[in-house]
Design a protein around this ligand. Structure first.
Ligand code: SF4
Length: 338
């Protein structure tokens, strides 16, 4: 059984991520390493939002495995279940109740104007399900069920958080203050492009490098990366500022970026050699992670134990909140019947 260390009161961070399976470098640089850092300053609640995933996922065959692999990566990367609550959204069903109750105070017009809803409608016109419209309401329920005060966000997610804050304000003004208004914590979350150098790194574009990849796999993947199109020949001078390989060097080979930029511009280095350097630095940067992952993976049931413990701790908070919500909304409660 895991112990939850007693700590002095700190602000609570909530963040959710879809179960996307093995994490890639974009996930790591854009979210996971920030999750790890936040643990030192906040009480963190990290949720694998499997119900949200169902809004776009029609084939759920890999959902369980993806959840397991993602959690294994998180833990190996340094998310500490002694410090943070790590759990699966659907394991705490109170979130669906709060979603329903919030949906009664959220004008439909607020939801229909959300830009991501409009985008999703264009992307999957054959599957415009109710969950897509209600997505921000469920997101608000996710954060507030645990009285999340701080939500790490990138600039692009600020409008979603503002909508959550509007829903909270409306609820609090109608039924009395139950929830803190969640504040966005803007983090320097880099947008990591995939190996195609065009799209955001994503499994769905098959342009990713997994953080658990072996040195051989890393090298194989890096060699496929698109570089500066102006470098048709080894003697052509390059433009590192438009090359994604160079961008990845800034994360994994920071001590040599200046030198690489100069060499690239002067055609002193070829793209193949440049990629070899990147593969090696990436591989050595991720070595400790791979070792920790292998060690955790060798403990049967460890991930399940973490998730079960996380669900218990999350549910204890959720139950308290939902009781407060029912009471403030003046619903006749079962406990009133005794
Ligand atoms: S030498 Fe390196 S930085 Fe320059 S274009 Fe080739 S891969 Fe990109």
């Amino acid at each position: 059984m895991l112990n939850f260390a007693t700590k002095k009161m700190r602000k609570r961070v909530f963040s959710g991520a879809r179960p996307t399976g093995r994490q890639h470098i974009g996930n790591y640089l854009g979210a996971v390493r920030n999750y790890v850092a936040l643990q030192d300053e906040y009480d963190c609640v990290y949720c694998i939002v499997d119900i949200h995933a169902l809004t776009t996922l029609e084939d759920t065959e890999s959902l369980r495995e993806d959840t397991h692999e993602m959690v294994l990566d998180w833990l190996a990367a340094g998310i500490d279940p002694q410090k943070s609550i790590v759990f699966v959204q659907s394991h705490v069903p109170q979130v669906t109740e709060l979603h329903t109750l919030f949906s009664m105070v959220t004008p439909l017009s607020w939801l229909l104007r959300v830009p991501t809803f409009k985008e999703k409608v264009k992307m999957q016109p054959e599957n415009v399900n109710y969950g897509l419209v209600g997505y921000p309401v469920l997101m608000t329920a996710d954060i507030t069920l645990y009285k999340g005060e701080v939500v790490p966000v990138g600039e692009d997610q600020l409008p979603h958080l503002e909508l959550a804050r509007e829903i909270v304000r409306r609820f609090n003004s109608l039924f009395g203050v139950v929830f803190p208004e969640p504040q966005g914590k803007l983090a320097n979350l880099p947008l990591v492009l995939g190996l195609d150098g065009v799209q955001k790194m994503s499994k769905s574009y098959d342009n990713q490098i997994e953080i658990s990849a072996s040195p051989e796999e890393i090298s194989k993947r890096v060699m496929t990366a698109v570089t500066d199109p102006a470098r048709k020949y080894r003697s052509d001078p390059g433009h590192p500022e438009i090359c994604n390989v160079f961008c990845l060097h800034s994360f994994f080979t920071p001590a040599r970026v200046e030198e690489i930029a100069v060499e690239c511009r002067g055609a002193g280095i070829g793209c193949v050699d440049c990629k070899k350097i990147l593969s090696e630095s990436m591989s050595s940067n991720l070595k400790r992670f791979r070792e920790r992952r292998a060690s955790l993976a060798s403990k049967p049931g460890y991930v399940n134990e973490v998730l079960a413990d996380g669900a218990n701790r999350a549910e204890a908070i959720a139950e308290e909140t939902i009781r407060e919500v029912r009471s403030n909304m003046r619903l006749l409660q079962r406990s009133d019947l005794r």
